[in-house]
Ligand binder design. Structure first.
Ligand code: 13P
Ligand code: SF4
Length: 305
């Protein structure tokens, strides 16, 4: 049987169908390499909103494609692997948030983008790891009572930075949450000159020993600007690809081999090709849910300017 050159075929289909491929930094290297736009959660939401493509192929996990659909309802949004989910997004159910809201009607709900459309629709404002601190501060400065959902770690980090207490949901990203401080210290012993850089989904004990904390895009930009030559990277290992490509003279060590999100790694070139060819795996969002979810996402995009 004739072998398909997926890269060439994807390029052809993209042009033919006026499609754009968006990919998160945690995707496999070959998926990152064929993307028209590679970014973190915030950049990807902004791009999904602004693109004039007819089809968005979202190489990421389900909530990301859903977010693109919420922001660009007239476009066809395709997710190459339908069961690429997110363990953190599964940790908050709309019914539980609805119950909390009826018991705390005066509390503003700030929700991390790693959630389903139904949860976003119940929230006042969305945030990502890039703008989370800024958005939480905005509400606290306004004198609001807030609940931050579902990532307890970014919530606790914000409390520490801002010196204020607020309620946080009990969720987490297991990939970042179970990273152990002792593993990072061991890496530091082996690479004493390396800077430790971490994503705020890690626990506070990791963030406290880090030289820099930021979202994936912020970490990538930090290593580019830094004079240091070695880095111990405490986030999903996919980011090492753009870091290494942009900084061939620097060395990057993943904090632990467990920093590997299997849902992010499900997408293969063949899946991208098939869903673009047949226009399958379309992601839909109920219009009533979308109308409420877009308000909370637009509030985030407005507050991030
Ligand atoms: P950012 O893309 O905001 O850095 O978040 C990382 C993440 O957990 C994506 O699933
Ligand atoms: Fe979800 Fe964590 Fe995977 Fe991101 S890395 S998709 S937060 S499980």
């Amino acid at each position: 049987m004739e072998q398909i050159d997926y890269k060439i075929e994807i390029l052809r289909l993209k042009k033919e169908k006026n499609a754009i491929i968006l990919a998160h930094y945690y995707q496999e290297d070959d998926i990152q390499d064929i993307a028209d736009f590679l970014g973190d959660s915030l950049n990807l939401s902004q791009t999904a909103k602004d693109t004039d493509a007819d089809i968005i192929v979202f190489c990421g996990v389900h909530f990301m494609a859903e977010t693109a659909k919420i922001l660009s309802p007239q476009k066809k949004v395709l997710l190459p692997v339908m069961n690429a989910g997110c363990a953190m997004a599964d940790m908050i159910k709309p019914a539980d948030l609805q119950k909390y809201k009826s018991e705390h009607p005066d509390t503003k709900i700030i929700t991390y983008v790693n959630t389903t459309a139904d949860v976003k629709a119940l929230s006042d404002c969305i945030c990502t790891s890039t703008n989370g601190i800024k958005i939480i501060k905005h509400y606290l400065d306004n004198g609001d009572k807030i609940l931050y959902t579902p990532d307890q770690n970014l919530g606790k980090y914000a409390m520490k930075l801002l010196g204020k207490e607020f309620e946080v949901w009990d969720g987490c990203c297991p990939i970042h949450h179970y990273l152990r401080k002792q593993d990072i210290l061991k890496q530091k012993e082996i690479h004493p000159d390396a800077l430790i850089i971490a994503h705020p989904e890690c626990q506070l004990d990791i963030l406290e020993i880090s030289d820099y904390v930021g979202s994936t895009a912020q970490l990538i930009s930090f290593v580019k600007k830094s004079d240091a030559k070695e880095f111990i990277v405490c986030t999903e290992k996919g980011v090492l690809h753009p870091m290494q490509m942009q900084n061939p003279d620097k060395k990057f060590f993943v904090g632990s081999p467990t920093l590997n999100c299997h849902n992010m790694k499900k997408t293969r070139l063949e899946d991208v090709y098939n869903c673009l060819l047949h226009e399958t795996n379309e992601v839909f969002v109920d219009e009533n849910v979308r109308i409420n979810a877009v308000k909370s996402l637009d509030t985030m995009l407005e507050l991030s300017k």
